[in-house]
Design a protein around this ligand. Structure first.
Ligand code: FAS
Ligand code: PHB
Length: 389
């Protein structure tokens, strides 16, 4: 097989890149190890920045997002029994949309298939070859066949556990930056109306909790847990009791309960791998960087990487210049590091560390008080949250 751009991974990064290239008349083939049904059912992110909304709309795949997504003009920080609204729209002129990542995946898969895009699902043994040549290729299994794709470029959009980053050529002198957190998130999907108009990020001595939503009849709730904990250790009653405790407040608001129909625990890390490119191999999204979900940046960073890559490939194929492609990694990392900082800051601000000293607990509370009482600090948080950079 032969194509211009071979893409490994049909997550948000790989699918959006393939779609943006198609709009520019650039050919691509996407190789995905899981089935279509699996990728369209993987529950992950929920918050789209304004920039992401705009890219999806301009690319003609934002119609259902605008119809079914929930536009949120603010978020709430809960601590000390009170709730404090950060008015994102008043402070930045922007908003966010809560629209589940798996719905974005469905919209992108539908668009690619409608355009006869080449998406190969359930591939195996993807191996990268000739990355430092001008004719890189991928070998892989598909059904009972062993196949090979020759391309001009290989895009590693295969997530944190993919094969592209480890295949980075030695001479690229890869450097990884990593911070593992001593806690994870226990996530549940609940059959109930939303408990709040907007997302609530709660700091509590028992641990962090987050009230989010998926639809008018499904809530998405999270609470901080031990990353080595097991879903089976948590009965529904124990989950509700913990969530109510962490969301206790003086103003009479109460979390809505309902049938819990999905539970999972995600671990948390900050991770950046540099460089994000070597020869004809480029990394985008979780293949290159991971953020703790506290800042709702993961999906949005993948989209901004892909927008840069699509512009670079368009310049290469339409103007014969490699200038944008050569600066891709450096350009992407500017935003990546700012998002890594924001996600780390929000995680430190809102989570409870077992080994925090009494002084550190007071500093955490004082930092929250500062933010909700200072327009300048609230604006800084709002700008980072909506992605105003
Ligand atoms: P993805 O991991 O989404 O996609 C990579 C794709 O490559 C997958 O479909 C995978 O099957 C495929 N693949 C992997 N190896 C392959 C191989 N060898 N060959 C072929 N295909 C291969 N972000 C938020 O903002 N908020 C959240 O609440 C949030 N929750 C998350 C929960 C979990 C469990 C995880 C893992 C991530 C979460 N994230 C969240 C981050 C998440 O949304 C990512 O940032 C986003 O999926 C990144 O998209 P991609 O870079 O496309 O990577
Ligand atoms: C979600 O709805 O899944 C979500 C929202 C905000 C976050 C993380 C996850 O910061």
């Amino acid at each position: 097989m032969r194509t211009q751009v071979a893409i490994i991974g049909a997550g948000p990064a790989g699918l959006l890149l393939s779609h943006l290239l198609h709009l520019q008349g650039i050919e691509s083939i996407v190789l995905e190890s899981r089935s279509r049904a699996e990728i369209e059912a993987t529950i992950r992110a929920g918050v789209l920045e304004q920039g992401t909304m705009d890219i999806l709309t301009e690319a003609g795949v934002g119609e259902r997002m605008r119809r079914e997504g929930a536009l949120h003009r603010g978020i709430e920080l809960a601590f000390g029994g009170g709730r404090h609204r950060i008015d994102l729209n008043e402070l930045t002129g922007k908003a966010i949309t809560v629209y589940p990542q798996h719905e974005v995946i469905k919209d992108l898969v539908a668009a690619r298939l409608a355009a006869q895009g080449q998406l190969l699902f359930e591939v195996g043994a993807v191996t990268l070859h000739g990355l430092d040549s001008e004719r890189p290729s991928l070998s892989f299994t598909h059904g009972d066949e062993i196949r090979r794709i020759e391309a001009d470029f290989v895009m590693g959009c295969d997530g944190f556990h993919g094969v592209a980053r480890p295949a980075m050529p030695e001479q690229a002198r890869r450097q990884d930056y990593q911070r593992n957190y001593p806690f994870g998130w226990f996530g549940i999907l609940v059959e109930s109306a939303p408990s709040s108009e907007e997302l609530i990020y709660a700091q509590h001595e028992r641990g962090f909790a987050l009230v989010s939503t998926r639809s008018p009849i499904v809530q998405r709730l999270y609470f901080q847990c031990d990353p080595s904990d097991h879903v089976s250790n948590w009965s529904d009653d124990r989950i509700w009791s913990e969530l109510h405790a962490r969301l206790e407040n003086h103003d009479g608001w109460r979390l809505k309960e309902g049938r819990i129909f999905q539970k999972n625990i995600i671990s948390m890390r900050s991770f950046v791998s540099t460089p994000m490119q070597a020869g004809r191999l480029f990394l985008a999204g979780d293949a290159a960087h991971i953020v703790p979900p506290t800042g709702a940046k993961g999906l949005n960073l993948a989209v901004s990487d892909v927008q840069l890559l699509a512009r670079g490939l368009e310049q290469f194929y339409h103007q014969g210049s490699e200038q944008r492609l050569q600066s891709y990694g450096a350009d992407a990392l500017k935003r990546v590091w700012r998002a890594e900082y924001f996600s780390w800051m929000m995680t430190r601000l809102l989570h409870t560390s077992a080994d925090a000293t009494a002084f550190e607990c007071e500093m955490q509370r004082a930092e929250l008080d500062n933010i909700v009482n200072s327009r300048a600090l609230a604006t800084a948080l709002a700008e980072n949250y909506v992605g105003a950079f």
